[in-house]
Design a protein around this ligand. Structure first.
Ligand code: SF4
Ligand code: SF4
Length: 369
């Protein structure tokens, strides 16, 4: 049994068990949390791996996420990435190739892959012989300038959840209230760039409800006089921990309001006005900060990798999996899909999924032996 590392050690997230096994190299494309957990599980099972990562570091988006602890750990799981990075880096049977990209994938009659990789700095090319390929290229965050009418980038005080997260990570929440006198009056708009057919994103991004609530708790921990509202379409948050978060937020005065306003208007006094419906009537609410909870979009590299590997994409641009019952194999033999590149996912789901990817590889390779 393997546990998702968490500083709250007594409440670790358990994911699927693995067996000792086998030999050969698995090439993992992407060194974010999905790639790292997959690599660690492969290594534990005695399977050599190589991680191909375009950037100069491992960890992806998760490494950019701030700790959401207040007076206690709020179980966001983002610190798990540091544990996995250490475990993978010290693995005796793995290779980590930073600043490298995939440029070709070929198959032999036996179904094995020859994978061409390129060093992005020197241009040097190299071929890896791989028994399986794991695509773990992650996601992009939705860019709300696509929905200009929310005023992102135009109205002072409108920011994304990622922007807020950056302030938290750098311990700069004080920038939200520069004069330190006026209490924060902040609203989260949920489902920005998600659940929206008009922009080809008619799906739930899975992580943003819990992320917004944890951020609200953290703001209230630092500035208890803050007023916070969360405008939502549907709260996608399940499980005991999630319920506790909602209860905690409500106890601390966070208002959960169903329905996301369609427009933000700046007022002359520098505040942000939104029109909301109350008991059948339109009323104006005013905030000094509005946080857009932006969702997950397919990775910008998904299309190129799909062309190279022939692994198909689904209607939204994420990698297609074999079926609703098999969410880790691509329709192509020996190509596996890990983490959020097959669709939006939160960290515990990514960990669970990585376990299934490694189980599938072990099962398939045993069948092939
Ligand atoms: S709040 Fe998140 S990052 Fe902070 S200790 Fe807990 S799990 Fe780790
Ligand atoms: S997790 Fe919540 S905010 Fe994010 S898309 Fe789903 S319902 Fe909307």
């Amino acid at each position: 049994m393997l546990a998702l590392p968490c500083k709250n050690k007594d409440k670790e997230v358990l994911i699927s068990g693995m067996r000792d096994h086998t030999s050969g190299q698995v090439v993992i494309v992407g060194g974010g949390i999905a790639g790292l957990i997959t690599a660690r599980l492969l290594s534990e099972n005695g399977i050599p791996f190589a991680i191909i990562e375009r950037s100069a570091r491992l960890g992806g988006h998760t490494k950019d996420w701030a700790c959401m602890a207040t007076d206690k750990c709020n179980r966001c799981h983002s610190c798990a990435v540091f544990d996995y990075e250490d475990l993978v880096a010290s693995s005796p049977n793995g290779e980590i190739l930073l600043r490298h990209e995939l440029f070709s994938v070929t198959r032999s009659k036996s179904g094995l892959h020859s994978v061409g990789i390129r060093n992005l700095d020197s241009g040097a090319e190299r071929e890896l012989h791989s028994m399986a390929l794991v695509l773990a290229v992650g996601f992009e965050t939705f860019d709300p300038t696509e929905k200009g009418f929310w005023g992102y980038g135009t109205f002072e005080g409108v920011m994304t959840l990622s922007d807020l997260n950056s302030l938290m990570r750098l311990d700069e929440l004080n920038k939200l209230r520069p004069d330190n006198e006026k209490p924060l009056n902040l609203a989260f708009f949920q489902c920005v760039g998600s659940r929206d057919k008009a922009i080809g994103a008619n799906y739930c991004s899975q992580y943003c409800c819990a992320a917004a609530i944890r951020a609200a708790l953290r703001i209230l921990h630092k500035y208890p006089d803050s007023k916070i509202a969360i405008f939502y379409i549907d709260l996608q948050i399940s499980g005991k921990v999630a319920r506790t978060l909602v209860d905690q937020a409500q106890e601390m005065g966070v208002r959960f309001l169903q329905g996301v306003p369609g427009e933000i208007q700046p007022s002359e006094d520098g505040e942000l006005k939104v029109i909301v419906e109350r008991n059948g009537r339109n009323v104006v609410e005013r905030f000094n900060r509005i946080v857009l909870s932006t969702g997950q979009r397919p990775s910008s590299s998904a299309s190129a990798i799909s062309s190279m590997t022939e692994a198909p994409l689904n209607e939204f641009g994420f990698f297609q999996t074999r079926s609703q019952l098999d969410l880790v194999r691509s329709p192509l033999d020996r190509i596996y899909i890990a983490g959020s590149c097959s669709g939006p996912a939160n960290i515990p789901d990514v960990a669970m999924n990585a376990g299934k990817v490694v189980s599938a590889i072990i099962r398939d390779l045993e069948l092939a032996i």
